[in-house]
Design a protein around this ligand. Structure first.
Ligand code: T1G
Length: 682
């Protein structure tokens, strides 16, 4: 093999009459401007070299190309651009064979689509995830893919942004062959057979019935609401059968260029990097020395069942225990019901001693300090040395639980969100005495479950629930000021929240918060503002959806409108307190809600409970229904104007009195003209 060693990101080598181009830009061979320039040059070299019969394109480091370099997106595009490169490949006389290992995504898969043939290892993944980043494929993806898969499948794949595993990609026609053994050798052998040229753009899109196309479109667009890139992508794929390839490509590029710098795309890119950073702890790196294979779960209520299902699906050997045979029987049924046909089927047992040989125990018992303290002491006696003991508590002091054991270094919080087998967010609660290795093991477990972890310190509610509680409190103040709960919910939904706070309370159950308020009552300042309407609803036994009445009234689980008692209760409370009425429009409601989140988020960072602002954006978009296209509360505040948000925080503090203060960190960040979303970014 003759090879020209250079410091370029694309290496040119030859194997007889076949050129091998290797893209080498660690860690994921992202298509930086340098890569695009080097690839363009290397392709030109191939086309200028006499006697070549084929070009094999491959990636170094066990992966192909992860698409455009998302770090470069804020900068102006510099030529050469991918569409020009693909045009040159289209005009070439010899075939290009793409050899895919690892991932070929976005622009990376578009390069693969610009080749005549695509070979991949069985573990490779391919796809066009651009829509999930608020953009559309910009280098022919919307035109070439439908020619391979047909239009309905192309719409489904491009609008969902699904990463497709090689075997499925083969079935759908996205790739030509799955290779066992050495990928490069297989690609070379394939090239030596002198396959005929196959330029996708010269082919026609396989015909499909309009009904089938529309059904595929509706199914994916419904899930992609609030993402303008989704509708655009579907429209562009349809163009593939309506107009010339040249016109469609020009339109695709125009849409791509327009969306690239949109606020939605910026927000989604911010979240992409935020989610990769959120599990990092400064000074703690690498993998745990401990292997987790066996996982024990205590409690098979909604949370325990969800965690058990998530762990079993991720391949752990799972044991679930309950306090008695009756609860075990109910738990077994609950797991079967939640897991459905997909499984797993797990039998809940009533013998704690079964936890003696597990590597990690997740306690998901009743949320009561007394119960949990006793449990932790018992677990300490049962668990083998070196086993990790975690609590799924959402409020309680995990430091206290750690101290109930003789191994506080092995104790941490793993706070899952409900339903635990679906929700991606998990808080890794860092106790005072936890060892770095225990944290690493917790993070590794979360990652294997496919979760997105954030690190939280110990306080009432950790990061997410602490901030959410303040937001909800503010929403109830706005209600007491004179805006009815359904109007507040509507305003916040209009802003993009999946649900308004009152609808959420009804769903979760008003009794849950009631218990929390009672628990906190002794420590609440007697002069702190307190809205008592929710207590009144609870006293009447109205706990929300499950009792048919809460903030709203329900018929067969569906809301039929505001609970008619609520306006009267509110008027009475306002009169009794002699409160001035404050009318707020939708924007003012959304701004106040955001201001409350941002201020508490900054206080949480100041207190050392949250590590960085972007973790809060991850938590709220992944765990609380904050709109992803706004990038999370901190990113959204930067877009709206951090000074405007600060002004509203100041007003909020002035209106609400005792217990409320403006975060210094917020003030300083705004004064310095820095971005809130960058607080704590390393
Ligand atoms: N740009 C820049 N950095 C990237 C990157 C990218 N596209 N992809 C990954 N990284 C960094 C990431 O931040 C991390 O860095 C490291 O690589 C490892 O990633 C014209 C315009 C490839 C499946 O949407 O889905 O092409 O934090 O931790 O779990 O139409 O990364 O270590 O410093 O995620 O093994 C479309 C995005 C772009 C693919 C690997 N491409 N990447 O997952 O590792 S738009 C994507 C991923 C486009 C064209 C348009 C995943 C991965 P650090 P990781 P992983």
């Amino acid at each position: 093999m003759d090879s020209a060693g250079t410091d370029k990101t694309v290496k040119f080598a030859r194997d007889g009459n076949i050129a091998i181009l290797t893209v080498d830009n660690p860690p994921v061979n992202a298509g930086s401007p340098q890569v695009k320039a080097d690839l363009t040059e290397a392709v030109a070299r191939c086309l200028d070299t006499a006697g070549l019969t084929a070009v094999v394109l491959v990636g170094a480091g066990g992966t192909f190309i992860a698409g455009a370099d998302l770090k470069e997106f804020e900068n102006r595009t510099v030529p050469p651009v991918l569409p020009d490169l693909l045009k040159r490949m289209d005009a070439a006389a010899i075939p290009f064979i793409c050899a895919i290992d690892g991932s070929a995504l976005g622009g990376g898969f578009e390069v693969a689509l610009g080749c005549d043939y695509r070979l991949a290892t069985a573990t490779a993944t391919v796809g066009l995830p651009e829509v999930t980043l608020g953009i559309v494929p910009g280098a022919g993806g919307t035109q070439r893919l439908p020619r391979l898969t047909g239009m309905p499948t192309a719409i489904e794949l491009i609008v969902s942004g699904h990463h497709v595993p090689a075997p499925e990609a083969l079935r759908l026609g996205m790739i030509d062959r799955v290779v066992e053994g050495d990928l490069l050798q297989a690609a070379l052998a394939f090239a030596r057979e002198l396959p005929p040229r196959r330029r996708l753009l010269q082919e026609t899109v396989p015909p499909a019935a309009e009904a089938e196309i529309a059904a595929a479109e509706q199914a994916v667009l419904r899930k992609a609401k609030r993402n303008p890139a989704a509708t655009e992508a579907a429209r562009l794929v349809r163009l593939s059968a309506q107009t010339s390839a040249e016109e469609a490509l020009a339109e695709e590029r125009a849409v791509f260029t327009r969306l690239r710098l949109s606020n939605e795309a910026r927000a989604l890119r911010h979240l992409f990097f935020a989610e990769r950073k959120s599990g990092r702890i400064s000074g703690v790196s690498g993998r745990s020395e401990r292997q987790i294979r066996k996982v024990g779960i205590i409690g098979s209520g909604t949370m325990g069942a969800g965690i058990a299902i998530a762990a079993a699906r991720a391949g752990y050997d799972v044991t679930v225990v309950e306090r008695d045979a009756d609860s075990a029987r109910q738990g077994t049924q609950r797991i079967a019901q939640i897991a459905g046909e997909q499984g797993p089927a797990l039998e809940v047992r009533s013998d704690m001693a079964l936890l003696a040989d597990v590597d990690l125990i997740v306690e998901a018992a009743f949320e009561d300090m007394g119960v949990k303290k006793e449990l932790f002491a018992r677990l300490d006696a049962i668990a083998r040395p070196g086993a990790i003991i975690a609590s799924n508590t959402s409020y309680l002091d995990v430091n206290v639980l750690a101290r109930c054991t003789s191994r506080p270094g092995d104790v941490l919080g793993l706070h899952f969100f409900s339903p635990a087998h679906i929700m991606k967010l998990i808080e890794i609660v860092r106790t005072d005495l936890v060892t770095p290795d225990t944290l690493k093991a917790g993070l590794g477990f979360a990652k294997t479950l496919g979760k997105i972890p954030i690190i939280a310190g110990v306080c009432d509610g950790f990061v997410g629930n602490r901030i959410f509680a303040v937001y909800r409190n503010q929403c109830s103040f706005m209600m007491e000021d004179g805006t009815l709960p359904d109007r507040i919910d509507q305003a916040l939904q209009k802003f993009g929240w999946a649900m308004g706070p009152f609808a959420v309370s009804d769903l979760v159950g008003l009794d849950i918060d009631w218990a929390g308020r009672k628990r906190r009552a002794p420590t609440r300042h007697p002069q702190a503002r307190y809205v008592a309407v929710a207590d009144r609803l609870c006293e009447e036994g109205n706990f929300g959806r499950k009792t048919g009445k809460g903030w709203y009234v329900y018929d067969n689980g569906k809301s039929t409108g505001l609970n008619p008692d609520v306006p009267g209760y509110l008027e009475a409370e306002r009169k009794a307190k002699d409160l001035p009425r404050i009318d707020r429009d939708d924007d003012a409601i959304a701004l106040r809600a955001l201001a409350s989140l941002v201020n508490e988020a900054c206080l949480t960072i100041e207190d050392g409970i949250a590590q960085r602002a972007s973790d809060i954006d991850v938590a709220f978009t992944r765990g609380y229904g904050f709109p992803r296209d706004r990038g999370g509360p901190m990113f959204a505040a930067d877009l709206i104007g951090a000074d405007k948000v600060l002004a509203d925080v100041e007003q909020l503090v002035a209106e609400n009195g005792v217990g409320w203060r403006v975060s210094n960190l917020l003030r300083e960040t705004v004064a310095a003209g820095k971005r809130l979303a960058d607080i704590g970014a390393a």
